[in-house]
Design a binder for this molecule. Structure first.
Ligand SMILES: Nc1ncnc2c1ncn2[C@@H]1O[C@H](COP(=O)(O)OP(=O)(O)OP(=O)(O)O)[C@@H](O)[C@H]1O
Ligand SMILES: [Mg+2]
Length: 405
């Protein structure tokens, strides 16, 4: 991993430090092609004597020679969003409130947030389907506001709501999308067959989408977003509504794409999904990134172990008092699951102390445990509520979120 010390903007800058050359491979160039081209421009073979960052998503690969060592440098962020603001209803709804994030090339960023946090709005802006009120965003180094057409050439998008035509078959949908991407009729048919095979949909290829299961629809929708093998892929809640098996199948498909080098920005309400798929997680709430890091970093930030006690509803108040005394930290009471929890620093001593106090009062908990923090805890600590909520009615969303302000 190379950390560029400085990014050189012009050929002259590069020349000053002995640049070997600048090249602009086609956006569709493979790693091998770029290596060959780089070797040719250097006039010697590439033999692991230098590090090469292949920014395939970027139009330029910059090469820099220093003390006999040759390194390529360049922008390693595939997606950058800076201070995005987006309002609806004449400013009454602030969907994005200064959202900033970035995605390193070849990595997966999981954007995690509850209903209404601004996930879809963010994805739609980055995919050029929506213009922000203010702020800046670039994808593959291309400005999404100034150059939406160019951005669309390098991205794939699978939206929260399937974009496929219900009455057409899977095969028809994929050939139609391929034609929209200007593939020839023959190439369209070939690509449709390939994708159906890759997504285990060959058997259902000639059936109308309306006969597909939820999981099959999502897979077809994802397939449609991959027609031109995008370098950067946006997936908005790719597994919402899928059963556990469908979710795991989808994860495997997504992991395959990532292995092939696709940069991915994925939104989700499922902490487990972010944990499984994402290199880095950005937690968003109320249109802002409120925390980011790897799953482990976020867990560490929230602190060490937690004491968790599940008790009868009638005992919750007393249990909360005991947990509060033992912990000294913020106690969380979840009435629904009758669980009381709080961070502790004294490990099993805290557990024993709590058991003694409960016993003194004649309270018998249904469950008591010391837990290492999960992403759920991270989410609760950051936002004050659980992540995986049932989708409430529209009116309810407003009042719930209104109250929290
Ligand atoms: N077209 C619109 N008109 C008015 N308000 C909108 C519109 N689109 C989104 N909003 C509001 O903007 C906020 C952010 O919405 P967004 O769809 O980005 O959230 P989300 O994180 O994708 O939520 P979900 O998990 O439910 O998909 C919400 O309060 C939503 O009600
Ligand atoms: Mg959404």
């Amino acid at each position: 991993m190379i950390n560029p010390i400085k990014v050189f903007e012009t050929p002259n800058d590069l020349a000053k430090i002995g640049i070997a050359g600048i090249m602009s491979p086609k956006p569709t160039a493979t790693r091998k092609e770029i290596e060959v081209k780089t070797a040719t421009s250097l006039g010697r073979p590439l033999k692991g004597e230098f590090n090469l960052i292949l920014n395939q998503a970027f139009p330029e690969v910059r090469i820099w020679q220093q003390r006999g060592k040759i390194t390529t440098i360049g922008q390693v962020k595939a997606v950058i969003a800076e201070n995005l603001i987006k309002t609806y209803d004449k400013g009454k709804i602030r969907a994005l409130d200064g959202l900033s994030l970035d995605v390193e090339e070849g990595t997966v960023l999981g954007v995690l947030g509850p209903n209404g946090a601004g996930k879809t709005t963010t994805v739609r802006i980055l995919a050029t389907l929506l213009t922000p009120d203010s702020g800046r965003a670039s994808v593959a180094g291309i400005d999404v506001i100034k150059n939406p057409g160019k951005v669309r050439e390098v991205i794939g998008l699978s939206g929260q709501y399937a974009a496929v035509d219900e009455t057409l078959t899977g095969w028809d949908n994929l050939t139609m999308f391929s034609r929209l991407y200007h593939l020839s009729p023959a190439a369209s048919k070939k690509r449709a067959d390939e994708l159906l095979e890759q997504f285990s949909l060959t058997d259902a290829a000639k059936r109308p989408i309306k006969t597909y299961s939820g999981g099959m629809r999502r897979r077809l929708d994802l397939a449609a977003s991959l027609i031109v093998k995008p370098k950067i892929l946006f997936l908005d809640e790719p597994t919402t509504g899928l059963d556990p098996r469908g979710r795991i199948e989808m994860w495997e498909v997504i992991q395959g794409l990532v292995k092939d080098g696709t940069t991915l920005l994925l939104t989700t309400q499922y902490l487990e999904e972010a944990d499984q798929l994402a290199d880095e997680i950005a937690v968003i709430d109320h249109g802002k990134v409120i925390a980011r890091g790897t799953s482990d970093q976020l867990k560490k930030e929230v602190g060490g172990e937690r004491l968790e006690i599940v008790a009868e509803a009638k005992d919750l108040k007393q249990v909360a008092e005991i947990v509060g005394k033992v912990s000294g930290g913020k106690v969380l009471v979840e009435e629904g699951s009758r669980q009381v929890s709080a961070p502790v620093t004294t490990g099993s001593r805290a557990l024993i102390e709590a058991v003694r106090s409960l016993d003194d009062l004649g309270i018998h908990p249904l469950d008591i445990a010391l837990k290492r923090p999960s992403l759920d805890d991270v989410f609760i600590a950051l936002t004050g509520h659980v992540a995986e909520e049932n989708k409430p009615e529209e009116g309810e969303v407003k009042s719930r979120r209104g109250r929290r302000k």
